[in-house]
Design a protein around this ligand. Structure first.
Ligand SMILES: [Zn+2]
Ligand SMILES: [Zn+2]
Length: 244
């Protein structure tokens, strides 16, 4: 067993022991017994084909690339999301965001890593989308890191949490149109060259809507010398649920 495999094995062993001592509740449905139950795992609505080969949004047409990406191609190479942003994954992400449930982050990462591995991308470094300084001060932690860190451990990839930073605090993207979202985050990020130069980066976020934030992050990573930038999110907020 390599050192990194061994440390991940120990990390998981600690969580399993803690669960034995202090039985947790499921982050999706609240049922006691596990951090993420088999039923919630079963109830996840996965994003299925057909979807845009660039931004991963479900599409109705036979085109490979959606209209939005044809008009204004995002900066990342590809974005894929694991599931639709609805119950039970929405409850779990909410709990990560407001209750700093590190154990739930680990439990979700175990499942999420299967999805990320199946994409077979040649990535070497994992970078979480950062919070603005103001929000980080209020919350005290970045919820994306609660999944991205154990994800990097399980996939044996470098975890680089401080590579990206927000140049300015942006307003919440909630309620903004696609164009407004784009403008809101354009040029909002900066990346450290020394950490990403010539690396193939996997950007990780909890939820994507239009992908504008991830595109803006990817732009900063390329500007700092990244060789390639792929992106994944745990969930995708869809405007038209009938599409899936
Ligand atoms: Zn559950
Ligand atoms: Zn697209």
């Amino acid at each position: 067993m390599t050192d990194s495999r061994r440390s991940y094995f120990l990390y998981r062993l600690i969580w399993t022991s803690l669960d034995f001592l202090f039985p947790p509740n499921c982050g999706g449905c609240g049922k006691p017994g596990s951090r993420w139950c088999a039923e919630c795992q079963q109830n996840i609505v996965l994003i299925s084909k057909p979807y845009c080969t660039v931004c991963g949004n479900p599409i109705r047409t036979n085109a490979n690339v959606c209209r939005d990406c044809q008009i204004d191609r995002p900066c990342f190479r590809v974005l894929r999301s694991w599931s639709v942003f609805e119950t039970p994954i929405r409850n779990a992400l909410h709990r990560l965001k407001y209750r700093q449930d590190i154990g739930l982050g680990d439990a979700l990462a175990v499942q999420f890593s299967g999805f990320v591995s199946s994409l077979k991308w040649p990535i070497d470094t994992i970078v979480p989308v950062p919070l603005g300084q103001k929000r980080l001060n209020e919350r005290g932690y970045n919820q994306v890191g609660l999944i991205a860190r154990p994800l990097s451990l399980s996939m044996n990839l470098t975890y680089a949490p401080n590579v990206l930073s927000r140049e300015r605090d942006t307003r919440s993207q909630v309620g903004l149109t696609k164009l407004e979202r784009h403008k809101n985050v354009r040029g909002a990020f900066i990346a450290k060259r020394s950490r990403v130069n010539n690396h193939v980066v996997l950007l990780v976020d909890d939820v994507a809507t239009t992908g504008s934030t991830l595109s803006s992050c990817a732009e900063a990573l390329y500007a700092a010398g990244a060789q390639d930038v792929f992106a994944v999110t745990v969930a995708r907020a869809l405007a038209h649920h009938s599409l899936v």
